[in-house]
Design a protein around this ligand. Sequence first.
Ligand code: AMP
Length: 120
Amino acid sequence: MFKYDYTNVFAKILKKEIPATIVYEDEYVLAFEDVNPQASVHVLLIPKGYYISMTDFSETAKDEEILAFNRSIVKVVRLKGLDEGGYRIIANTGVNGGQEVPHLHLHIVGGRRLGPMIAH
Ligand code: AMP
């Protein structure tokens, strides 16, 4: 298992060392606008706990963290008006998943038809 890198960009956002446009925040999660949006709505949802990936989170997070993370998805969806038109949630994981930032994040993307699920 890899060690968490406390210098990654999302850890810095959590520590308020660099700014982010916050969409939703509570005790357990932070949601903010992706700096390089791939659609008119592109929000990143992260746990406030320091977890590298969904694997790490699912295996080691407390139940209350997992519950709060899951329930916060729909809060972001509603805040961004994605409920009616639909949306996509992506969790890039590891090398094959194309994960760039080693802090678990869900991409919540919508606002247009998003096309095929996977690029070939
Ligand atoms: P991933 O490839 O799944 O690790 O996605 C990382 C995402 O983080 C990309 O969509 C980037 O545009 C986004 N990103 C990187 N730095 C920042 C930042 N400072 N604020 C907001 N989003 C960021």
